[in-house]
Design a protein around this ligand. Structure first.
Ligand code: PLP
Length: 394
């Protein structure tokens, strides 16, 4: 066998989004781009804000000697300090650059955190439905996945989480705004989670880290803001990126921020920086670090995403689909009108609508719609959704 049995097993399991993407390519060749309604990929269709382009141009026209060299594996001090200042302001906690490590996106950051925290066999709790890569990231570092379902409204089930914590639990990954549901956890549920974990930490005598994966934190609607885990959970680590809020997924720029309240922050920092280096990331891209230093208060046009959410949510609910109204990210996660979500996704495909089954996110009976696509494609898709709903007897 050319590749490991483990990876072969994962390839078979992880193929949903790739399979649907390939199907989209096939259908586009037959029917044309505007008649294939591809809701599969979470690839932002927004452009980076004007401030990004201005900074990129400035750095190209006025290069600084040495700007493409290696730097400290944690990243440029001024970039980390700029991030720390915003976090200190949001949380009233004493963040400084020594709480921040610049990373190759949130995906890179999650791998660095897991590598730093886990010994082989340590357990990591993930909440279903979940971002499917978590399982592979945990496996990368010898961890054991423990799945805990969220409530019927996809909110935190803090009792279930508390019961799932054992003496081997090292971390819980939460993700708000959530991919695939678009749900945002409010401050009351984070506070309750913090208390439940603190009680378990006292009982077991070990820290249990909350790793809060937040690349969609600025993509929120209806005037809400995402409450900070740092305010409610002592052993908390935020992993985020500028893939969505500045629409830079291809540039691989993000960061890890950990609470100044953790025990032994110096050792945690040392571990994270070592793992950033030895996982082969070495450091986050230099040019991007320089650019995002001054852009910590910027974001893409959120109104454009909210407009698409409203259009799809209002239309699909009118056709009879049932779903929780998402308050962030760019996904809808409706219930499948038939029990078998894969069969439903296949039926949608016959109308050139490409979706991802909930099974791919550990939540059979649902499907994911990613609406970071051209609004006109969404408008074109609505009659097909209506016909599909009628065909399903809705
Ligand atoms: N976490 C979640 C929930 C995501 O949806 C994504 C990307 O879609 C990532 C992490 C990875 O983001 P990045 O591109 O910053 O690695």
């Amino acid at each position: 066998m050319v590749i490991s049995g483990n990876i072969q097993k994962f390839l078979a399991k992880a193929s949903w989004i790739r399979k649907m993407f390939e199907e989209g390519e096939r259908l586009r060749k037959i029917y044309g781009n505007d008649k294939v309604y591809d809701f599969t990929l979470g690839n932002p269709d927004a452009e980076p804000p004007a401030a990004f382009k201005k900074e990129l141009k400035r750095l190209a026209l006025e290069p600084v000697p040495g700007m493409h060299r290696y730097m400290s594996n944690a990243g440029y001090p001024e970039t980390r300090q700029a991030i720390a200042e915003v976090l200190a302001e949001q949380t009233a906690l004493p963040f400084d650059k020594n709480n921040i490590v610049m990373t190759c996106g949130a995906g890179g950051g999650l791998n660095v955190v897991l590598k730093t925290l886990l010994d082989p066999g340590d357990e990591v709790i993930i909440l279903s439905p979940y971002f499917v890569e978590y399982k592979f990231y945990i496996d990368n570092h010898g961890g054991v996945v423990k799945e805990v379902p969220t409530t019927s409204e996809f909110q935190l089930d803090n009792n279930a989480i508390s019961q799932a914590i054992t003496s081997r639990t090292r971390a819980i990954i939460i993700n708000s705004p959530n991919n695939p549901t678009g749900v945002v956890y409010d401050s009351a549920s984070l506070e309750e989670l913090g208390k439940a974990i603190a009680a378990k930490e006292t009982e077991l005598g070990n820290p249990v880290f909350v790793i809060s994966d937040e690349p969609y934190a600025k993509i929120v609607y209806d005037g809400i803001t995402v409450p900070s885990v740092f305010k409610y959970i002592k052993n908390s680590i935020v992993v985020t990126s500028h893939s969505k809020d500045l629409a830079l997924p291809g540039e691989r720029i993000g960061y890890i921020a950990f609470s100044p309240l953790v025990e032994d922050p110096l050792l945690l920092m040392e571990g994270l920086v070592f793992c950033n280096r030895t996982l082969g990331f070495v450091n986050a891209p230099a040019l991007m670090q320089r650019i995002v230093t001054g852009l910590q208060r910027e974001s893409v046009d959120i109104g454009m995403y909210q407009d698409k959410r409203d259009l799809l949510y209002n239309s699909l609910t009118a056709y009879g689909f049932k779903m929780v109204k998402p308050q962030g990210a760019f996904y809808l996660f409706p219930a499948s009108p038939i029990p078998d979500d894969v069969e439903f996704v296949m039926a949608a495909q016959k109308h050139n609508i490409l979706l991802v089954p909930g099974s791919g996110f550990g939540a059979p009976g649902y499907f994911r719609i990613s609406y970071c696509i051209d609004k006109q494609i969404i408008i074109n898709s609505l009659p097909a959704f209506k016909t599909l709903a009628q065909e399903m007897g809705m």
